[in-house]
Design a protein around this ligand. Sequence first.
Ligand code: GUN
Length: 300
Amino acid sequence: MILLDGKKVAAEKRANLREEITAITAKGHRAPSLVIIIVGHNPASETYVANKIKACDEVGIKATKIAYEADITEDTLLETVRRLNEDSSVDGFIVQLPLPEHISEAKVLTAIDYRKDVDGLTPMSMGRSVQGLPAIPSATPAGIRSLLEYYHIPTAGKHVVVIGRSNIVGKPMAIMLMQRPYLSLPGMSAASLGDATVTICHSKTEDLSSICRTADIIIVAAGCPNLLRGEMVKPGATVIDVGINRVEDPSSPRGYKLVGDVDYEHVALVAGAISPVPGGVGPMTIVSLLQNTLQAALNR
Ligand code: GUN
């Protein structure tokens, strides 16, 4: 069984990025710059944002955090988005999700200029990706694609089952894997994986087990601990766990532990390759954000 070690792969990719960015700044160009907007005090979001800023510091991307209290108005947030769209010192920016209920995520994401959308989550970025036009890829699916590439796990002709239909992971992941592979169109990073036969499953899917058992690759992004069990996996299949769930753990000093959507202990006995939680997809998502920021800076 191969452990898909996102922590290790991400560290290698950050080292490469650091070299690339050092070469750019050595030529007298300014460092790529990323702004991260966070609203409220969701503990998981605060941790993600801290990790993103730390990774930026490591590779030489200038990161700036804008933090708002949870009662900020939608208009104020939209004004900030419009200001960042126009600010030529900013190459890319993201709005950490989820947002408080009184703010429309759709409205905020739609307001972001897709050329600065380094999370790849705006309707323009996603629509352009669907049509095979140059666009910044969604960060988590791009990170999963890098992980598969790194471990030489082919997708062409394979049956990939994606569990989850979110705009952040499920939908863009499915599109990315079924696309014809493209190689370095202007404004796109090179990618060689695609050509998969993709099935998208979700909470209303009937007989999820039978569908999963026909999969060569299963990508689980449902936010549901232990959703994928050992008997649902074909021997030798690749399993990618995108879930990050906090479950109570009195033995931990924090009082909780992080688990994915996969019953790791049992699935690892059957799978040919599996990504752990933590240390699998999470660090790869952050590396994609860094790569997307560099790409946005170069595009400008
Ligand atoms: N919330 C959870 N994951 C993500 C992500 O990748 N980007 C943003 N903006 N918010 C998130």
